[in-house]
Design a protein around this ligand. Sequence first.
Ligand code: ACO
Length: 432
Amino acid sequence: MSKPAVLTLDDKEYVFPTIKGVENEKAVDFRTLRSATGYISYDEGYGNTGSCQSEITYIDGEVGILRYRGIPIEQLADKSSFLESSYMLLYGDLPTQFELDQFTTRVRKGAAVSPMMCDALKGFPRDAPPMGMLGSMLGAMSCYNASMATNDRAVDLEHFDEAAAAAIAQTATAAALGYRVTKGLEGNQPDPSLSFGDNFLHLMFSEEGRPYKAIPEVSRALDLMLLLHADHEQNCSTSTVRMVASGGANLFASVAAGCGALWGPAHGGANMAVIKMLEEIRATGDDGSKFIEEAKSGKSGKRLMGFGHRVYKNFDPRAKIIGKACEELLNKLGIDDPCLDIARHLEQAALADDYFISRNLYPNVDFYSGIVLRALGIPSDMFTVMFAIGRMPGWVANWREIAMNPKMKINRPRQIYQGPALRDYVAMEDRG
Ligand code: ACO
């Protein structure tokens, strides 16, 4: 038992229990703060707030540790696959061969989306943003997979295995369909003989009489990219999924909300912003030095995209893995991407610059993921969609954790009201 915390407020002492996590993370349990003291805690941005106790993912941002269900991301990147790691995130342990085969089959079977969803996609404008389309399709999945999305917790949990596989698989299918529709191309049917990543590339790029030909290095790089994005603790989108799930919403409605949260440039949109930044730097003939100065000055509103993280105050371990994979992929494919040279120079310059050192700003996963995705032929406006495909198992695992907790309360933060004090309604004719 850890020692309780003592808080003095208005000359009165209050005692609150403390909690220790498995890895010794310490928290004061303030659940009775308001009822005991009349105060609430104020923590805009939630930088000091533990919103839950979770068994899924562990991060120590001070030293750059990321583990899924206890296993270091470096080991998973080296030895596991996206689907195997997804299974572990969802169910807690690495699968046996039999369990993995069953799960893979469920994902393959769940990949086809309703023809009505294809029609719905055709109704979007040709220049619709891919994340807008994907978010809509995730919401629509609750209509097209209605038996698994009842908002009756017991029923939804009964169908969880199927629903989880459908969410993971249909996200990839809907993303690829959206891409083809906006290009005026017919959609492709999922190919259950292919791996998860190869099937996605087939859905995107196969043409009549010209099926997508899998390249082992490309398949491995895509699988790795998805695995590295599969979960990341209580980030903005995952917290959104949990928030929505806490109200009892079904899996598809909850992940659709997560998709909206991911869209922003401070979160999943950063991978697109990195490539845009690298292209802009390239267009001006700068090697990155001028841009760094602008980002430091803060005046231009520019930031070094792909740098900094709310939690990592050290190297993002995913950035190390993906940076190396990026070099290997480009070498193997014989791609000479000038953006990679600019990225390398930016990284070296920033890591040696006092501005970035003193603020603990290191490359995050997005710094290199865009270059990898570009090498795979993914258009840059789909980069955040790729993040969503990768993150789906994490969102689903977090939904399940909420759904399986019988003591779960609806998430409902409070606020400090700072608007006008009590005043009377003024009739229209009396308003100045
Ligand atoms: N470039 C330049 N300066 C930066 C950057 C950056 N990328 N990131 C933070 N800073 C500076 C801020 O200006 C601030 O400086 P100040 O103390 O002089 O005012 C200081 O570092 C702290 O910045 P905050 O915004 O308070 O840090 P926070 O932890 O809230 O933000 C965030 C984290 C949003 C990721 C931020 O670092 C950022 O905008 N990075 C670029 C966007 C990005 O890559 N996002 C991807 C995040 S990872 C993901 O979602 C997968």
